[in-house]
Design a protein around this ligand. Structure first.
Ligand code: CUO
Length: 689
């Protein structure tokens, strides 16, 4: 029996009843009669038989007793589910418990089928995803990517009526892909729109959603949250999102993001997402320009917080950072030291359930998302749903996300300013000298990255409820780059040893066109890759391909089986990770005339980097931003090393900072405004526009 596929089919067509056919192969789960909801108890069996007659396969389902869902059913199937809303989170945690408590995989499949039609579909998707990622029997089964079941969170709502028409009237082999315009959320009158291609990139949003699925901030099972260096990774992954966004901004003649730090002032930026929930046929509420956050009081969602209290929590966190210690629940103190301080702070600021004192330090980051997500209806007066800032699958689209996270990052940077600077001994690597690095792009000039647009097709049919079966493709446009290699020359004057190669990229100049001061420059480095290598005595030539990057996952992993529309098989689970920055966004866009950048490569001392553990059988595709499932973070240094700390006073520029085991090379990113079709597209019918 194909268990992996059956688990994945539990996610298909989220609001269709359990007895309808699932997957593109049209299989049905043979559910017992008592699984049907009251609505279908009287005539559901005949409907069920009808679907069964058309099915290509019947999947037997072990009958379980009715599950007592209690208050989980209180969230309507048509309400917006947000993990930032305390009540929703409590219900979701209870549902996760039910799924985690299932005795074996068959029992999990059966129990989730019983629950599917009774609980909010988005909450069901979240809880089942979390349970699958953390159960020993399912942790290696790829969780279907969210766009597969909830394409409405990623794609212009105008596409869906076209998709339904296509599905209803055209047979599958004649269906043509529906093109999603690249610019659908704003015009060029909005200067922030220049970087919408990056904020609204589907793969980018999927990465952010998946990261938060791997690192939930609350659970009744502590081990799900208490992962190695979790708080620090919250800081680092978001710091890198910000650095990458700032890189794109500079390439588009925009200044770096300004923090959102005055809550008594209006938010200058508006954002109109043009996303509509398929389930409730309601739009994600836009935010007009110059709106202001207000006290939240939404009893139904158990949300209550004044802006004044929010400011008090923030002040307490700053006090802790500047005094070098936080207060725990018992009035004791925990020193924010050089090694663990960032992790303590990450958990406290987010806040995850690992926060050492949530009553005193609050839940600042999460409440920022809620204040901004409910800016249009803070008291529920108009019965409005939250905006996109209240959902990790959608919030990256909004310019305010980055302003809010720039504020959060500033807290972490303030802490970093309090810890010791790296001495040259902590940067250097005895006997190792980096003599050259060259970037070679296929068919291009040395040290020039080449970027362009690509159009790729995705099959949305699994997320479109109550439509005819068969693939329904949309064609989205995304940034991409030509594959390249780094060719690094390292001289080793000592005996053979291991080294850690760390590769970063930054713009060469700031928004004024001036060279960087190191204390700002260090925040502009985006991690491109990190790997271990053996260094023989003498000269070593290291060649590393761009698709091997430790921060990305390949395009086909970001989008799983959405490209071909085929159903997953057991073989797909082999070495399969879903978390990671999308490979197609590894290189920032650059400029048509060529953006001047600096490539930085360092080979650090492996003896100070290494973490003793076996990685046998684990998938470590994008370990830098995602860690490794069920393992320690595979680098003992602080995340972001060597750029995570303030420099010593005598370091003014990158050149002052360099030790012999580092090299900086001038490189260029040249953007060519051409659009190429993804050769992996399977649809041959010309697109609709
Ligand atoms: Cu990822 Cu604020 O944490 O969105």
């Amino acid at each position: 029996m194909n268990t992996n596929r059956n688990l994945q089919l539990l996610f298909d067509r989220p609001s269709e009843p359990v007895f309808t056919t699932k997957g593109n192969e049209n299989v049905v789960f043979d559910v017992p009669a008592h699984y049907l909801t009251d609505r279908y108890q009287t005539f559901g069996q005949s409907l069920s038989n009808r679907y069964g007659e058309n099915a290509s396969e019947h999947i037997p389902v072990k009958s379980v007793q009715s599950v007592n869902l209690g208050e989980i059913e209180q969230l309507s199937r048509y309400d917006a589910f947000s993990i930032f809303v305390p009540k929703h989170r409590r219900l979701a945690c209870a549902l996760v418990d039910i799924f985690l408590g299932c005795t074996d995989t068959d029992n999990l499949i059966s129990t989730s089928l019983y629950c599917k039609d009774r609980v909010n579909p988005a909450m069901y998707n979240y809880a089942l995803s979390i349970a699958m990622l953390h159960r020993p029997d399912t942790r290696n089964v790829p969780v279907p990517t969210l766009i597969q079941t909830f394409p409405d969170r990623f794609i212009n709502s105008a596409v869906f009526s076209q998709a339904r028409e296509e599905a209803q009237l055209v047979s599958p082999e004649l269906r043509s892909p529906i093109v999603i315009p690249r610019d659908f959320t704003a015009s060029d009158l909005d200067e922030e729109h220049r970087v919408a291609y990056w904020r609204e990139d589907i793969g980018n949003n999927l990465h952010h959603w998946h990261w938060h699925l791997v690192y939930p901030f609350e659970s009744n099972t502590r081990a799900i949250v208490a992962k190695d260096r979790r708080g620090e990774l919250f800081y680092y992954m978001h710091e890198q999102i910000l650095a990458r966004y700032n890189f794109e901004r500079l390439a588009n003649q925009l200044a770096r993001v300004k923090q959102y730090n005055n809550f008594r002032e209006p938010v200058k930026e508006g954002y109109f997402p043009k996303l509509q929930t398929i389930l409730a046929s309601r739009g994600w509420t836009p935010r007009q320009e110059n709106m202001m956050i207000q006290d939240l009081d939404r009893p139904v969602d158990e949300i209550r917080m004044t802006v004044s209290d929010f400011e008090i929590y923030i002040r307490r966190i700053y006090d802790a950072i500047h005094s070098g210690m936080v207060m725990d629940r018992n009035g004791g103190t925990i020193v924010l030291d050089e090694i663990r301080g960032i992790d303590v702070l990450g958990d406290l600021i987010e806040a995850s359930m690992l926060s050492v004192n949530p009553d005193y330090y609050g839940n600042v980051h999460n409440f920022g998302h809620l204040f901004l997500g409910y800016i249009h209806d803070p008291e529920g007066k108009y019965l409005e749903r939250p905006g996109i800032m209240a959902d990790p699958a959608t919030d990256l689209r909004d310019p305010i996300f980055f302003r809010w996270h720039a504020f959060i990052d500033e807290m972490f940077q303030d802490y970093k300013a309090t810890i010791p600077r790296y001495t040259r001994g902590l940067l250097n690597n005895p006997d190792i000298r980096l003599t050259d690095v060259v970037v070679n792009t296929e068919g291009g000039s040395p040290n020039v990255f080449d970027t362009f647009w690509m159009q790729s097709d995705l099959d949305l049919s699994r997320g479109l409820d109550f439509v005819e079966r068969g693939g329904i493709f949309v064609r989205h446009t995304h940034l991409n780059h030509s594959p390249f290699t780094y060719n690094i020359t390292v001289n080793n004057t000592g005996p053979a040893k291991m080294g850690t190669v760390r590769i970063y990229l930054s713009p060469k100049f700031d928004e004024r066109g001036l060279p960087w001061q190191f204390r700002e420059h260090r925040l502009m480095f985006i991690e491109m890759d990190k790997f271990f290598t053996q260094l023989q005595p003498g000269n070593n030539n290291i060649v590393r391909r761009s698709d091997e990057s430790s921060v990305t996952i390949p395009y086909e992993r970001t989008f799983r089986n959405l490209e071909t529309g085929r159903d997953a098989t057991d073989a797909d689970s082999f070495n399969f990770c879903g978390c990671g920055h999308p490979q197609h966004l590894l290189v920032p866009r650059g400029t048509p005339s060529g953006m001047a950048c600096q490539l930085f490569v360092m080979v650090s001392n492996y003896e100070l980097d290494k973490v003793e553990q076996s990685l046998e059988g684990s998938c470590a595709d994008a370990a830098s931003y995602c860690g490794i499932k069920d393992k320690l973070y595979p680098d003992r240094r602080s995340m972001g090393y060597p750029f995570d700390r303030f420099p010593p006073d005598n370091v003014g520029t990158l050149e002052d900072f360099m030790t012999p085991n580092m090299i900086a090379k001038d490189v260029t990113i040249r953007f060519s405004d051409r659009t190429v079709l993804n050769p992996r597209n399977t649809t041959n019918v010309p697109p609709q526009t």
